[in-house]
Design a protein around this ligand. Sequence first.
Ligand SMILES: [Zn+2]
Length: 290
Amino acid sequence: MARAFALIGRAASAAAIVAASAGRSRSLTAGASVSTLEVEQFGCLTDNYGYLLHDSATGCTAAIDTPEVAPIAAACARRGWKLTHIFNTHHHADHAGGNVELKQLYGCEIIGPAAEAHKIPSIERPVSGGDCFQFGEHEVHVLDVGGHTLGHVAYHVPSLQVAFVGDALFALGCGRLFEGTPEQAWASLQRLAALPPETAVYCAHEYTASNLRFALSVEPQNEALQARAREITELRAVGKPTVPSTIGYEIATNPFLRPASPALRAHVGVPDHETEEQTFARLRRMKDNF
Ligand SMILES: [Zn+2]
């Protein structure tokens, strides 16, 4: 499976958003654009997604995580791109396992979370939440999204209105809390939810159909979720990705971003005094045993 998303321009509020077939592909244009960024999406391992971010103005090409070397190398060859960077989101093997081999193949620079630098092979540029770095002609903002792992980071490219979120946030779900507390994960999800609603969310796994079953079990009356369910079923029936999503779509349908929803709270039986953070923790525990 290989899909390309061409997202052109410097975007911002003046951006015109044109959603193509099934709302899965979009292009952004904003006035006279001088540089072009593209995202190339492809399957890796069983249910991971690999991503390449390419800036045609400078030739810079980044792999977002390194789940599997061969599909990443194949995507570079298919597009005629040379890998110049790796952006790691966290230390799990299906996110950083290809670092060493890709570094040998391409001599690329590896950027990753400072808090997990001791666990990720070959990090040369450690970054933390709040950091900002230049990729070609574009700024990349680093967000602290710890919880799934303690040092997990996400990469937000404001000019392209995209965020690579690893395992912190999934379409209709969020990562299991292997290392962090619910408090930490809730704060991380709030940081992602604060991004502009049109921001495309590139998560690292195709878990959406499974996540959908849990989401419907806790908020079955949510009409936006019901509509999304139909779309997901259609896409998966023909083997198409449900990723990327958008921040706005997740806020409307993802139960882990909706602990304030009266309908969800009533359906789950949440006591009135329970805080959103506590309800998030409750939902995470329910999903772990779903
Ligand atoms: Zn992980």
